[in-house]
Design a protein around this ligand. Structure first.
Ligand code: ZN
Ligand code: ZN
Length: 401
């Protein structure tokens, strides 16, 4: 649990289902010897989180400050338990990263059905959604209008748009969709009705969208914990895991000099090199933070991101969808069809003037790679050749141009 104003960890908890010493003793039907047992959970992993939140909030309300608002994912059981067991007046705000993930899942699921919904279009819609939430903070009415505009503006219907962001309303004559393919509006009406459904699902939650908060600092703490207790290793059989989590918390709250402080507390020499390394790491981190928050850095990051995206979409066009991003989300085997590598053009021999020409033409059942030949015809001077071939697959009902 991280405080909004300080950015420091104010509470943390570890839940462990296993204890090696207890388990081994049980397997050998022996009595368990006295040990520092950290097993404190026997329920399901799903209930673990809400149990921890309730515990931490109780402890925090007693020892330090009363918590009035929590930010977390859309887990309703946690907030229900908080209201019941801690304080019925606690406010719940949504985490913007979590809502963005919900939206991304919906859009990539819709991609299966709609060819026009390319990765580029999805990225554009996600950007619009994030921007819309950001711009209408604290105003749920404008959020509602914005949600309706999200599925209409890309189709050239600007009745719900607002002139402070919609380029069409600002300047209808020279307006282009900068982020959509070919700068043109989307056209598929089926896709539009699905998009309406996706965005307008959020309508009853407009007040939530108007007060989004970020849990980015929790994500970065998670990374720091994972670097000290990697998931690929099993540490939760003993107190080992607790110490690893605690050191990540200490590093977050105190900085890299925490090791020297721990040494000091347990009666060891702080260590000259330990201290100087800690200080130098803190300095590097501080410089990095200052750099990241600077305007030029943010601008450069966006530039690199858009360059990467356009390079990626170009590669996707060349390689087919086999290696496209998020293929795992919509693996449709019939769709996976790699375009073969380019072949070198055959060498052209210069004409001598005495050549004979054969003109030939094929009719096929279609244009795809599975099409079959239905007719071959060729002409050489006065000679002609013309046969029909029984194709090995069915003729399509529709006439191919
Ligand atoms: Zn134990
Ligand atoms: Zn518009």
């Amino acid at each position: 649990m991280i405080g909004k104003n300080t950015g420091k960890v104010i509470q943390y908890a570890v839940r462990s289902k296993k204890c090696r010493i207890c388990d081994e003793a049980k397997a050998r039907h022996e009595e368990v010897r006295a040990h520092d047992c950290r097993r404190n959970w026997s329920g399901s992993a799903k209930a673990m989180e809400s149990d921890m939140v309730v515990d931490m909030m109780k402890d925090c309300n007693q020892k330090c400050a009363k918590v009035s608002t929590v930010v977390g994912d859309e887990d309703t059981s946690t907030i229900a338990r908080l209201h019941r067991e801690v304080d019925p007046s606690i406010l719940k705000k949504s985490d913007n990263n979590h809502l963005k993930k919900i939206l991304a899942n919906d859009l990539y699921a819709a991609q299966k059905k709609h060819r026009q919904l390319s990765v580029k279009v999805i990225k554009y819609l996600q950007k619009c959604f994030a921007y819309m939430c950001q711009q209408n903070r604290g105003n749920s009415e404008r959020i509602e209008k914005g949600l309706k505009a999200l599925s209409r503006h890309p189709y050239g219907d600007h009745s719900f748009c607002s002139s402070n962001w919609c380029g069409y309303l600002k300047n209808p004559d020279s307006f282009r969709y900068k982020s959509l393919p070919y700068g043109r509006a989307l056209t598929d009406p089926d896709l539009q009705s699905d998009l309406m459904h996706i965005f307008e699902k959020f309508l009853p939650h407009a007040d939530k969208l108007s007060s989004l908060e970020s849990t980015q600092s929790n994500e970065s703490l998670n990374k720091s914990i994972a670097s000290k207790a990697p998931k690929s290793h099993f540490y939760s059989g003993s107190e080992n895991l607790n110490y690893r989590v605690s050191s990540a918390i200490a590093q977050k709250n105190i900085g890299n000099t925490y090791v020297a402080k721990v040494n000091d507390v347990v009666g060891l020499s702080p260590g000259k090199h330990t201290l100087s390394l800690g200080l130098s790491r803190d300095r590097v981190l501080k410089r990095r933070r200052e750099m990241i928050s600077s305007k030029t850095y943010k601008k450069r990051r966006l530039e690199l991101k858009s360059a990467r995206q356009s390079c990626q979409s170009a590669q996707e066009v060349r390689e087919g969808s086999t290696y496209s991003t998020s293929i795992g989300l919509n693996a449709d085997a019939s769709d996976i069809n790699e375009i073969p590598a380019a072949v070198e053009a055959p060498e052209m021999k210069s004409l001598t003037g005495g050549e004979e020409y054969i003109y030939f033409d094929l009719e096929t059942t279609g244009l795809g790679t599975s099409a079959h030949i239905t007719q071959i015809a060729a002409v050489k001077g006065a000679c002609s050749f013309d046969v029909y071939v029984i194709p090995r697959n069915l003729l399509p009902k529709r006439h191919h141009p």
